[in-house]
Design a protein around this ligand. Structure first.
Ligand code: SER
Length: 328
């Protein structure tokens, strides 16, 4: 086998595609704050423009993954060396718009990888617990295992992993990724995901409103607090490439729970939380097909992954910040 010369990740001129979304809105600011001497371009699509600190703290540019020409000119203009590709339709919405999900997740990724190949960029495109399916072992999912998802979101995530690995092995493009659990944060709401309930219930609890839960009691899924997810991206993209046995994509985990466990924990802080179940068949079918929890040993060994938050410390922080944000 020929020796592949991979390109070093530089993380200096960074393009965040999807900078106004749930992950992007926080990651863009963190990169601007924490990567010394970096230029971080907030990429967005019309209708989802950056505002406030995101707009004011650095450059922004239209970056629609479906438009290769515009993407390439942004990469040229800012001499981008690292692309963080956060454009995606989440799992439940992708079931309703499968062709659009394919277009964004796959044709969009191909555009990015081609530009990265030509211009020597590193690329991060997240995968997910959604890349697994009913044949995957339910508990302690190993890094390398059966991935036969039944959702369009999952199909695109497995294909993202494969295509990203292909560009690394074939062309030396420095692609790296993690399989994110459901991400919980107080800054920007997710939308159209199966794990969104675990964010929305905090808003209902703090507002004193009844929460209508679309996921059945007893359904376990991996979840993670946003600060840990952001640290994972930073740490992986700055990791010594010679230590990486895997690339696309690493299991990362910090907590796994089902709705009742989450509600009981929130009630320790907000005893009045009221919940009613109205199970959504689309979301529930997806959730049931996903495993309970992942084994993240490879991420720990290959690039030092180590989460900080557990369910209790996350809940305390969420409640505290949402009380301020919502004036409650
Ligand atoms: N949070 C995503 C979803 O629920 C999974 O990666 O679709």
């Amino acid at each position: 086998m020929p020796h592949i010369q991979y390109l070093d990740t530089r993380m200096k001129n960074i393009l965040v595609i999807g900078s106004t979304g749930q992950i992007g809105s926080e990651l863009t600011l963190k990169l601007r704050r924490e990567v010394p001497g970096s230029t971080v371009v907030a990429g967005y699509i019309p209708g989802a423009e950056p505002h406030g600190e995101l707009l004011e703290s650095g450059p922004s540019a239209i970056a629609d993954v479906r438009n290769a020409g515009t993407l390439a000119s942004v990469v040229d203009k800012y001499k981008i060396d690292t692309v963080i590709n956060l454009a995606a339709l989440l799992s439940a919405i992708a079931e309703r718009k499968p062709l659009m999900a394919w277009d964004i997740q796959m044709n969009g990724l191909l555009n990015i990888l081609e530009i990265a190949r030509e211009k020597g960029c590193a690329v991060f495109t997240p995968s997910s617990i959604g890349s697994f399916g009913p044949e995957t072992p339910r508990k302690d999912v190993p890094q390398d295992t059966i991935q036969r998802p039944r959702s369009m979101y999952g199909v695109t995530k497995v294909a993202t992993e494969l295509l990203s690995d292909y560009y690394f092995h074939k062309f030396g493009v420095d692609t790296r990724s993690v399989r994110f659990p459901g991400l919980i944060s107080y800054t920007t709401l997710p939308g159209g995901g199966t794990t969104d309930y675990a964010v929305e219930v905090y808003y209902s609890a703090v507002k004193g409103e009844e929460f209508v839960c679309p996921i059945a009691a007893g359904t376990y899924m991996d979840m993670m607090y946003m600060p840990d997810a952001l640290d994972a991206v930073m740490k992986l993209m700055q990791a010594d490439p010679s230590r990486l046995v895997h690339r696309n994509a690493f299991n990362i985990a910090s907590m796994s729970f089902e709705p009742e466990t989450l509600f009981a924990k929130i009630r320790e802080y907000i005893p009045g939380l009221k919940v009613r179940y109205e199970v959504d068949p689309i979301r529930q079918a997806i959730a049931t097909s996903w495993p309970d929890n992942m084994d993240d040993t490879c991420a720990r060994e290959e690039w030092g992954w180590k989460p900080t938050y557990n369910l209790d410390t996350m809940t305390r922080d969420m409640v505290e910040h949402l009380r301020i944000k919502l004036g409650k």
